[in-house]
Design a protein around this ligand. Structure first.
Ligand code: 13P
Ligand code: ZN
Length: 291
């Protein structure tokens, strides 16, 4: 191996960007991906780092448990479709300072640029998910998933209602995201406010929907994070198709709460009881709206 693209973690990161593009989730510069590197991965990449790193840049957010960490990040404004063709100009590796409040670019973005505008949100989500998973979480991924976005125009913007609908869209969904999915109302993207609002959801869930915008997921590996994004988006797609088929009438039948509990038991997963105890589906919520 004589360049950074022979390093396994870089190849896996680039492949995940390609996989997301293939799904149609990354129009133009839509979406972004960050990965918290293991120390040995940093050492594998270090020989290819810039001789002189970039300037330290304050992030407007701070995390004690990410001091001195290294992240691979997509560049702001860069097209994910270009990552596999021109990785050195589309992605970067950043180092976090010892105060945990600033980054500097140590590799990549050779034609200039900075990490994703959502870096404050990714960074704070990494902090929360690292803590909640005792260090296992490494990936934060944001995509513009069309069916999830479409559903935010239709369903009440409540985590319990979305989760119940998505769990009931296909039998194995509740096994893939037993903790449920959070929902963040519409907010201006790219700043500290949306970072804080998303973190509040990521304290409880490992995925959060951004109304009229897309989906944020986390995971210990590229496969698990991508699989979570894929499963939630597919569940939303099935929901959209079923709701369209009825022409606005209630669904004739669905997976019941008891069915969900049975699956949880058989598959040995701990389901979010708050979601089951909520007991109201989208149609019950609508009944109130139209009273
Ligand atoms: P970036 O190009 O800055 O990553 O922004 C894309 C995006 O999806 C913002 O939410
Ligand atoms: Zn976005």
């Amino acid at each position: 191996m004589n360049n950074i693209f022979g390093v396994r973690i870089m190849d896996d990161y680039i492949r995940m960007c390609e996989d997301g593009v293939r799904q149609g989730w990354h129009e133009r510069n839509g979406g972004n991906l960050t990965y918290r590197m293991r120390p040995e991965e940093v050492e594998e990449c270090r020989p290819y780092f810039r001789k002189i790193p970039g300037e330290w840049v304050a992030m407007g957010v701070q995390a004690d448990n990410l001091k001195g960490e290294y992240f691979i990040s997509t560049g702001s404004g860069m097209f994910l479709a270009n990552v596999s063709h021109e990785p050195q100009n589309s992605i970067c590796i950043v180092e976090i300072n010892e105060a945990g409040d600033s980054y500097r670019i140590v590799w990549g973005l050779e034609n200039g640029g900075k990490p994703t505008s959502e870096f404050p949100t990714h960074f704070m989500n990494h902090s929360i998910r690292k803590e909640k998973t005792k260090g296992a979480n490494r990936v934060i991924y944001h995509a513009h998933t069309p069916n999830v976005i479409a559903l935010t125009f239709v369903l009440p913007l409540k985590a319990e209602v979305f989760t119940r609908m998505l769990w009931k869209s296909a039998t194995e969904c509740c096994v893939v995201f037993p903790g449920g999915v959070g929902v963040v109302p519409w907010m201006v993207p790219g700043g500290a406010d949306i970072a804080r609002a998303t973190c509040k959801e990521m304290e409880k869930y490992d995925a959060a929907i951004w109304a009229f915008h897309g989906l944020f997921v986390s995971g210990p590996s590229f496969d698990i994070a991508f699989g979570l994004m894929h499963t939630i988006e597919k569940a939303a797609q099935i929901t959209c198709i079923a709701l369209s088929c009825t022409g606005g009438k209630p669904l004739r039948q669905t997976i019941t709460d008891d069915n969900i509990r049975q699956i949880g038991k058989e598959f040995g997963v701990t389901l979010n009881e708050d979601v089951l105890n909520y007991g109201r589906d989208y149609i019950d919520e609508y009944a109130d709206d139209f009273k």
